[in-house]
Structures are given as structure tokens and as C-alpha cells.
Ligand binder design. Structure first.
Ligand code: CP
Ligand code: NVA
Length: 314
């Protein structure tokens, strides 16, 4: 089978590759606001399998493909019955004979890894229980737009050590900056997790640590990020998670310990009054809309890189 370059996790990329994706994204974003929509993926077709709900990821990929001259086909789980109606290898072989790339939002990370094994076109991870690399590209793009660089920028993650946090660490490991993760006992990354996220090439300026006290973690931070306490698929754990994360809310008091120019980020959707107060998420330091809109620009950079530059020559 021909060898294919997929985009499953940021740790699989080199520093230069992640920098290149964001450079294309920046250029396309500047052009977009000048009314330019360069046809870099003319007639290319993106298949999109979604086993979980989505607003941002779905729309940003569909709009991005249309801007670049291509098209997309949405394949909802109930329509294709991933792994139930037919085995994954048949889905992989058939789909990749018809489309140029596949975006997959999966309940289990293993499903994305499995599908990629059988595809002769690139597969993009659009969120799993383990990671959300497309989100992290947009997040780092937003940080750089704010501060102009990553060197010495302190990014603090408060709350659940989840899929979005994992990919943020992997992105910063490639681009630089300091990441501090503040999660309660029982919801922290293990040493093995951190080792995995930072495997492969890392940026020399990258620093990573965990600090269980959120106030200490946030001290002097330029960027404070959080996400829901109950991710998709964890609904049965809602009551115990609400209890465990009660002291990890990003509120005005916590933000007052961050740098005076600190920004707040959240991948969305958010639950106001739980992981973040309305005052913070709707306040002057919040960059949630810019962050969400950067999903489209970052993914356009990713698609152009993956389809036009990253595939091994035959
Ligand atoms: N942040 C994010 O991935 O949003 P959706 O779940 O709406 O795609
Ligand atoms: N951690 C959240 C992110 C949603 C974009 C989830 O997995 O549900």
C-alpha cells in the first residue's frame, strides 16, 4: 500500500512542519480579509466522518474547503455506521478511492488510528477522547496574533487534563512557550502522558510543568485557557466531575492574578457558571471568537500543507 502522511497528532510533526502550517494559515488569513480566496485545492474532495456533535470543526472545514476551490461531504455516524454496518478496513479502502482526504471526529482515538491504517488518502483527527490537534493549531495562532511570538509566553491550562489540553501541550512543544497545567487530583496527566505529548522534536524554548494550585499556576500568566469539565462521552460522570473541579473555575478573582494583559481562551462550547464565569468569557480579555474563527484559517493551512506539500513522492 502506498505510504501516506496523516495528521493524527501534533507530536508526529516536526517543529518546521508545524511552523509551516501556521505560516500558510497566517498568509491565507491576511489574503481572506483582502477578499482573496486562492484556489489551492481545486476540485479536491474532503470526506468528513463525525461520530460526535460539532459546530466549529464541521463548519470551519466545510467553509475552508469551499474557499480553496474544493468541496466536502458530511458523513454522520448514523448514516455510515462506522464499524457497525461494515468493518473499518472496507470504509477506509472505499472512501479513500473517492475522496482526497478524510476528517474524522471519533469517540475513540483508536478508531482514527485504525481508519488511517487502511486509507490511501490522508486522515485528519478532528477530535477524539485523547486529542484535538486542529484546535491546538488555532489556539497557538491566536496566541501569536496577540503577543507576536511564543518565546516566554506563559500559557496556563486550568481544569480538566483532557483532549484539548493534551494537544495544546503538543502544539506548544513544537512552537515554544511555557505551559502550566493546573488540574485536581485524579484528573492530572501522568508522567507517561507528558512524555508521550513531548516525544519527537521539541522547540528549545518550550517549558512544561503541572501546578495543582490554580492561583499559583495563573500567577503572571499571559494566557489562561480552560474547557468543559465534562467532555462528550463523559456525561455519566457529571456529578463527580462538578465536585472535583469546583475550585478550578476561571473567574475574575483567578484572572486578577494573571498578567495585566492576560487573555482568556476556551475552545467552546462553554458552560458559563461552571468552568468559567460570564464576566471572564464575555469580558475584555476574552479571545473566544477570534480563537474559534482561527479554526478555519488554521485548518486551511493544514489542508494546503497536508495535500500539497506533505505527501511522500511516489
Ligand atoms: N471547539 C470545537 O471543536 O468545537 P465543535 O465541537 O463545535 O467542533
Ligand atoms: N473537551 C471537549 C472539547 C469539545 C470541542 C470534548 O471533548 O467534548
Amino acid at each position: 500500500m502506498k505510504s501516506v502522511r496523516h495528521f493524527l497528532d501534533l507530536r508526529d510533526c516536526t517543529v518546521a512542519e508545524v511552523q509551516r502550517i501556521l505560516a500558510i494559515a497566517d498568509e491565507l488569513k491576511v489574503g481572506y480579509f483582502r477578499g482573496q480566496r486562492p484556489v489551492l485545492l481545486e476540485r479536491k474532495v474532503l470526506g468528513m466522518i463525525f461520530e460526535k456533535m460539532s459546530l466549529r470543526t464541521r463548519v470551519s472545514f466545510e467553509a475552508g474547503m469551499a474557499h480553496l476551490g474544493g468541496s466536502s461531504i458530511m458523513l454522520e455516524e448514523q448514516h455510515i455506521g462506522f464499524g457497525k454496518r461494515e468493518p473499518v478496513n472496507d470504509i477506509g479502502h472505499v472512501l479513500s478511492s473517492m475522496v482526497d482526504a478524510i476528517v474524522f471526529r471519533a469517540k475513540s482515538h483508536q478508531s482514527v488510528v485504525e481508519l488511517a491504517k487502511y486509507c490511501t488518502c490522508p486522515v485528519i483527527n478532528a477530535l477524539t477522547d485523547r486529542s484535538h490537534p486542529c484546535q491546538a493549531l488555532a489556539d497557538m495562532m491566536t496566541v501569536r496574533e496577540e503577543f507576536g511570538h511564543f518565546d516566554g509566553v506563559k500559557i496556563v491550562w486550568v481544569g480538566d487534563s483532557n483532549n484539548v489540553a493534551a494537544s495544546l501541550i503538543e502544539a506548544a512543544a513544537k512552537l515554544g512557550g511555557e505551559v502550566v497545567v493546573s488540574s485536581p487530583r485524579g484528573y492530572r496527566f501522568s508522567d507517561a502522558d507528558l512524555e508521550l505529548f513531548t516525544s519527537g522534536e521539541t522547540h528549545p524554548d518550550f517549558v512544561l510543568r503541572q501546578e495543582s494550585d490554580p492561583a499559583k499556576a495563573v500567577a503572571g500568566a499571559q494566557v489562561v485557557c480552560t474547557d468543559v469539565w465534562v467532555s462528550m462521552g463523559q456525561e455519566k460522570e457529571e456529578a463527580e466531575r462538578r465536585k472535583a473541579f469546583a475550585d478550578y473555575q476561571v473567574n475574575e478573582a483567578l484572572m486578577s492574578g494573571a498578567a495585566s494583559d492576560a487573555i482568556f481562551m476556551h475552545c467552546l462550547p462553554a458552560r458559563r457558571g461552571l468552568e468559567v464565569t460570564s464576566g471572564v468569557i464575555d469580558g475584555a480579555g476574552s479571545r473566544i471568537v477570534q480563537e474559534a474563527s482561527n479554526r478555519m484559517h488554521a485548518q486551511k493551512g493544514l489542508l494546503v500543507w497536508l495535500l500539497n506539500e506533505a505527501q511522500p513522492s511516489e
